[in-house]
Design a protein around this ligand. Structure first.
Ligand code: AMP
Length: 210
């Protein structure tokens, strides 16, 4: 099964993606993670991506599409995969349509007023990528899952978050209609707890497997 996870920044895509990936044995392809890895390793793609990511803008479509195309051609994707954070523009979605068939688009729908706080208070594990909110950490600085060090993403500051939300509204939100028209959209209420969101997603995926 080829799945796309859609949702505004801070909607909980990463959290759900790791759960879905574990439960349904699907490779989790996060373009944001791929860019961060490239930035860490100071590759040419990383240097280019950094200039956009630091401003809360999108990395150009040509660069992003090429990365995804190369990734989904890999052997581990032959029985399915899950895209997290891609596509983010109509042009990316059209490029994807040319190279693969998508079975389901899960749209995590959240109240916009929650997102600024969710993102600015987010801390992420350097090793496994698990996300936390500072209000739940009680001062802890390491990951409950793997013990890794928690850090704040550079683009999780108020100014950059605002720009990411504006970019989402202008360029990514139109994908909801794009996939709805294709009959592929599954909306899930993202204001609920991660467990409740996952339960709704799992019910849908299990029904599709039957
Ligand atoms: P994320 O980890 O998904 O929040 O992505 C972090 C940042 O990486 C975004 O704010 C963009 O600058 C960039 N990025 C991730 N995915 C894409 C994409 N599909 N198209 C363009 N830029 C992207």
């Amino acid at each position: 099964m080829n799945i796309i996870l859609l949702g505004a920044p801070g909607a909980g895509k990463g959290t759900q993606a790791s759960r879905i990936s574990d439960a349904y044995k699907l490779p989790h392809i996060s373009t944001g993670d791929i860019f961060r890895e490239n930035i860490k390793n100071e590759t040419p793609i990383g240097l280019l991506a950094k200039s956009y990511i630091d401003k809360g803008q999108l990395v150009p479509d040509e660069v992003t599409c090429k990365i995804v195309e190369g990734r989904i051609e890999k052997d581990d994707c032959k029985d399915g995969y899950m895209l997290d954070g891609f596509p983010r523009t109509i042009a990316q979605a059209e490029a994807l349509d040319k190279i693969t068939k998508i079975d389901l688009v899960i749209n995590i729908d959240v109240d916009f007023s929650l997102l600024l706080d969710r993102l600015c208070g987010r801390r992420v594990c350097k090793d496994c990528g698990e996300s936390y909110h500072i209000s739940w950490l009680n001062g802890a600085t390491s990951c409950k899952r793997c013990g890794g060090e928690l850090y704040q993403r550079k683009d999780d500051n108020e100014e950059t978050v605002q720009s990411r939300l504006d970019v989402y509204n202008a360029q990514t939100a139109p994908l909801i209609e794009y996939y709805s028209k294709k009959g592929l959209l599954f909306n899930v209420e993202g204001n609920n707890s991660p467990d409740a969101v996952f339960a709704a997603v799992a019910e849908k995926l299990d029904a599709m497997k039957k």
